[in-house]
Ligand binder design. Structure first.
Ligand SMILES: Nc1nc2c(ncn2[C@@H]2O[C@H](COP(=O)(O)OP(=O)(O)OP(=O)(O)O)[C@@H](O)[C@H]2O)c(=O)[nH]1
Ligand SMILES: [Mg+2]
Length: 244
């Protein structure tokens, strides 16, 4: 597993005052000394709480989760690896080691599979169905089995992120990252994680119809021609040079 000193934990937030303190504490207690909160100009004190709990805090220059992630990685992170999660307490710092380990085994992008262990109430029935359709569509078009392309728990090398052509402003960013990993032949793998229900008192930013629509349209990869890349089997594309 990479040394925590090589890793920045990246947390995009918009109005997550109810949870951000515990989330920052969780990752710091797990040994990560650089926790970056990229905030969408929250009005509920998210940034102040994050700072009090020891995070580095930046306010994004525009809006949307996608824009926030792109700006954060390109302008505010210089470490080799990024561990991206949400600020709403749905992803566990305890899964961080498993997420990061493949980055030293030749993979450049890791997707946390929420369906491996999903807490009751963590995802609505409608969202489960939408996720299933989007993952099926992605697999059919790109011939890659990434299992859970909408997952917000990701680990990746900063150098591989720079190779992705990303333009999604909002929640389409996860789909776009998966599409680009397939297109650019980025060695990608999937690891099982636990997905928790949002704690009481925190509110979703997701709109299932609007955001589901943008994710499924991103699935095809827009106007660029679809290229296939090598597939190693059930759940991953092979690293270019194992054991790196
Ligand atoms: N910086 C930034 N973060 C955002 C923005 N919109 C959402 N986020 C954050 O992105 C993360 C994912 O958003 P969620 O609302 O949890 O979306 P979701 O996980 O698909 O939906 P839930 O099932 O309700 O948790 C959270 O930490 C949000 O606070 C934004 O415009 N800017
Ligand atoms: Mg969430």
């Amino acid at each position: 597993m990479p040394d925590p000193e090589q890793v920045t934990v990246l947390l995009p937030t918009y109005d997550e005052a109810a949870t951000i303190g515990d989330v920052v504490d969780g990752f710091r207690e797990h040994g990560f000394d650089d926790v970056l909160v990229i905030d969408g100009d929250s009005g509920d004190g998210t940034r102040e709480i994050a700072r009090e709990h020891g995070a580095r805090v930046e306010t994004q220059s525009a809006s949307g989760k996608g824009q926030a992630i792109r700006e954060a990685v390109r302008e505010h992170i210089d470490r080799e690896y990024v561990l991206m999660a949400d600020g709403d307490g749905t992803y566990r710092p305890e899964d961080a080691d498993a997420m990061l380990a493949p980055l030293e085994e030749g993979y450049d992008h890791v997707i946390g599979d929420r369906f491996a262990d999903m807490e009751d109430g963590a995802m609505t029935r409608l969202n489960r169905i939408g996720n299933g359709l989007i993952n099926w569509l992605f697999g059919t078009i790109h011939r890659e089995e990434f299992t859970d392309i909408l997952s917000g728990y990701r680990a990746f090398s900063r150098s591989s992120f720079e190779r992705l052509h990303l333009s999604a402003e909002g929640f389409g960013i996860e789909t776009e990252m998966a599409v680009e990993c397939a297109k650019q032949g980025i060695p990608t793998t999937v690891v099982p994680i636990t997905y928790l229900e949002r704690p009481a008192g925190s509110n979703t930013n997701l709109h299932p119809i609007r955001d589901g629509g943008s994710s499924s349209s991103n699935c095809s990869g827009g106007r660029k021609p679809t290229t296939r890349c090598s597939t190693s089997g059930a759940s991953a594309s092979r690293p270019a040079s194992p054991g790196r």
